[in-house]
Design a binder for this molecule. Sequence first.
Ligand SMILES: Cc1ncc(COP(=O)(O)O)c(C=O)c1O
Length: 488
Amino acid sequence: MNARRNRTFHLDRESKRPLQEQLCDELRGAILQGKLAPGEPLTSSREMAHDLGVSRNTVLGCYEQLIGEGYLETRPRSGIFVMSNLPSGDPAFRPNRKQNYRVSAPENVEWKLTTPLPFRPCQPDVSLFPMAEWNRIRSRILRHASTKLLCYQSRYTLGLPSLRKSLANYLQESRGVQCQWDQIAITCGSQQALFFLSQILLRRGDKVLMEEPGYLGARQAFAYAGAKILPLRIDENGAIPPSSAKGVKLMYTTPSRQFPTGATMPVGRRLQFQQLAENQSVWLIEDDYDSEFRYSQPPLPSMYSLGSEPRVIYMGTMSKVLYPSLRIGYVVLPEELVANFERLRLVVEDHGPLLEQAVLGEFIDSGAFYSHIRRCRKEYSQRLQVFLREMDKHDVPLDFPHSDGGMNLTGIFRDGRWSAEKISVRLRSIGFDVPPLSQYSPTKTPEGLVFGFTPFPPKWIQSYINKIAPVLRGETITNYEDELRNAK
Ligand SMILES: Cc1ncc(COP(=O)(O)O)c(C=O)c1O
């Protein structure tokens, strides 16, 4: 250690931290960064004290401490050295600043942004989203709104009142949901609403009746809260109301279009669920995730609109009508749940992104929202027709019993020759994402596959079906075990 090197140690005499502590940090840092190599001698305490202009006791105290920590060692009659058995070759021990702090170039990042593979369910065509209109509203808001919109606004834990009012009008007009705007909570997607509801309503061991097959996100939220999940069976009319819901805390349903089968629940059944919830004091979640997309007739009235007692918790999302990464969903809460929901929301975050909420409110009020829904509905309806026509043209042995709306089509195999799971694996190996129906249920389901058709223009749908038809007809499932290995 020489005088030149000593001068590289920086001690701040203005600081309240003792000089000995500062010197320890400097020496420790020099060793860790490889500026002082294992086995390298240090200058004597007298020289070091002289070079740094500190007392010898300060240096001795520091050496002692670093000997105790294992960074330095004394050698009889030779002096003080950096501990010789420190792993000098180990890059973790001798960090190279460049290596440690360099951000990988984008091409080295494994997880690139992706678009959905065909025919992944539940995906909107984001290219239809009127970005220019959205940005115009956004710029206008930023120009006119005060900078208050950019500050924390913890009073708005349940979202911007302007958006909650716009949504209250929209839900009343389109879904018959009669509610006060302050019963609406804006969430970061309806998945977040499911999570919050599970947390405030359920205790470990509480019974939840859950559609089977059903939405996995809901099942996971209930399971995470420790609920005991019991099956709600499904038929061609959606969830079947149980004869009794005694002892059940919560029921989860998707009456507009059962997810994933696509069955629409008739009004009679909706009323049965409603009454069951009211008579037996059970909470009833109505997840209305894609009712905007009915192509031949308007959707049936929401379950929420049928009851008199506030037992239904209605929820929806902008992920399907606008775009998923917007992360805006909403939930209409019975009044008695509002305060608890708000309390939990505040623990998690003050509120979602307020600027986007402000834009969405204006987007709805300006009518752009409704035009966009109409445009998507038209496009998706055409894609649905092309999808069904192509499947038929290629003699694919699947029936699509519920094809009057939504974003997905569940195809049920006409005979049980091939397992849907095997076919799904085979499809994955050639670049398609078509989950088997069984993926959405812990119990046995009919052999079926779930196709999302909405994000793909008609020409693509044609060419995709051309490619997968032989697989769906079972012509290429000869070597399943190999396929399975490759797909993994
Ligand atoms: C039935 C159902 N509910 C809720 C959601 C969640 O939507 P979000 O993106 O708002 O969390 C989805 C998403 O696919 C869904 O299919």
